[in-house]
Every structure is written in structure tokens, then in C-alpha cells.
Design a protein around this ligand. Structure first.
Ligand SMILES: [Zn+2]
Ligand SMILES: [Zn+2]
Length: 245
């Protein structure tokens, strides 16, 4: 049974020319789950499937570079609904804060919004999801998907913390927020460096580390080279790349 993730966007906090911000299509068997929907990602999703066929949407947090294509995805559903082509609701799992942005998304009529906590567990056709609170300026959750003894973990946006390696322990693929190189990291940076992601992957005994949230002005080979010093099985993700888990 297939279990893979396709990178619909891997930039942050804004897209590169022709690129897109954080968004990942997870396929577990016949289920399709969209994780984050940054700017430019809907266009890439449309290359693969119709958005109304998504089983669920998970938003790690409500920063713009992870959610700006949600309102236009809603337009896709709205137009289909008016044409008699769609008449359902898509489950959306997301944090309840910041309140103003959360209530905006709750107002979209074709979404069935569930507010995330660390206790949230749900299952989409045999794929089990769980969550861990990360350290970021807004409420953000790392996402774990387990399917047929394979384990995928996405860090969301976060600074280095002690919970992530425990949460990600033994995962087959760790997709992590490597927004910075070590020499770009400041004391108040809201993300990890590539080296910090590699240290997490090592502690977690992950099989593969995939580096995302790439800054458009940083060379992706620099992220990869920095991580490989600590965790050899590291790679910088590329847009539209499909990774087996
Ligand atoms: Zn963020
Ligand atoms: Zn971000």
C-alpha cells in the first residue's frame, strides 16, 4: 500500500520565483491528506488531483506562509458546489489560535474545522495521526502519520526543542524546518538551522531527514551539506518531488 509525500511547496517565509511555500500531499493507501497550504501550493496540488477529493487538511500553524492558499482552495470548492459538483465538507485540523485567523477559516462553509491539541488523535482510513506542540511564536504542532508500521513526522515550524526527537523517534522520514544555516541563526530566530535538524534526526534515529522551509536566497545544497556533517542521510527537498516513506 502506498505511503508517500509529495512536496507541493518548500519555501518560507515567501516563495522563490516559480516556487511555493510549505505544503505537502500525504498519500496513505487511497487517502490523500494535505498538510499546510502555503502560497503557490494550490497550483501544484491541481497538477495531481482535484482539491475536493482531499480526505483531510492539516494546518501545522496559522502563519501566512502555511495557509494562504486555503481561501482560494475554498473558492475551488465554492465554484464546484454552485455547479452541483461538490456537496460535502472537508475535515480541517488546525490550532485554535491566533483567534482572528482561526475564526476566518472556521467561517468557510465547506470546512469541518477541528481544533488541535497535543491530545488530538484521528485515523484516516488506517493512517493514524498524532501531534506535539512545538516552539514557535504562534501555536504550532508537529504532525506524525503512522501507516502499516511506517512513520512520517513533519516538524511544522519550530526552534530546537527536547520534545521533537522523542516525538519523531524511529521515524522513517523526518521532514523538518531548516529555515536557516548555522551562520544565519540568531538568538531569537523562530526556526531551526539545518545542523539543528540533523541533530534531531540523529537523536530520533530517523531513517531519512528531509530539509524544508528553504529561504529563496539560500542555496539548497548549502542546507544539505551542513546537515550531512551530522546526519549523512539528509537531503534538501525539491518542489513536486515524491518521497516514499
Ligand atoms: Zn511559522
Ligand atoms: Zn513558516
Amino acid at each position: 500500500m502506498k505511503f508517500n509525500v509529495t512536496i507541493l511547496g518548500c519555501n518560507g517565509p515567501y516563495p522563490s520565483a516559480g516556487g511555493a511555500c510549505s505544503s505537502y500531499l500525504l498519500e496513505a493507501g487511497d487517502s490523500k491528506i494535505l498538510i499546510d497550504a502555503g502560497s503557490g501550493s494550490l497550483s501544484n496540488l491541481m497538477k495531481l488531483m482535484e482539491p475536493d477529493k482531499l480526505d483531510s487538511i492539516i494546518l501545522s500553524h496559522l502563519h501566512w506562509d502555511h495557509i494562504t492558499d486555503i481561501p482560494v482552495l475554498y473558492y475551488n470548492l465554492l465554484i464546484k458546489n454552485k455547479g452541483g459538483l461538490f456537496d460535502g465538507k472537508i475535515d480541517v485540523y488546525m490550532p485554535g489560535s491566533p483567534r482572528g485567523i482561526a475564526s476566518l477559516i472556521e467561517g468557510f462553509e465547506f470546512f469541518n474545522v477541528h481544533i488541535l491539541s497535543e491530545e488530538t488523535r484521528f485515523n484516516v482510513n488506517g493512517c493514524n495521526f498524532s501531534f506535539e506542540r512545538m516552539t514557535h511564536p504562534v501555536e504550532c504542532y508537529a504532525v506524525k502519520a503512522e501507516f502499516n508500521d511506517r512513520k512520517f513526522v513533519y516538524s511544522g515550524d519550530t526552534t530546537l526543542n527536547d520534545e521533537l526527537p522523542i516525538f519523531a523517534y524511529g521515524c522513517n522520514l523526518l521532514l523538518a524546518d531548516a529555515a536557516f544555516l548555522e551562520n544565519q541563526l540568531k538568538a531569537d530566530s523562530p526556526h531551526m538551522s539545518s545542523a539543528q535538524c540533523a541533530s534531531i534526526a540523529k537523536k530520533a534515529m530517523a531513517e531519512v531527514l528531509a530539509l524544508t522551509h528553504q529561504n529563496p536566497y539560500t542555496k539548497i545544497s548549502d542546507y544539505e551539506n551542513e546537515a550531512r556533517e551530522i546526519f549523512p542521510n539528509s537531503l534538501s527537498v525539491k518542489i513536486m518531488e515524491k518521497m516514499e516513506i
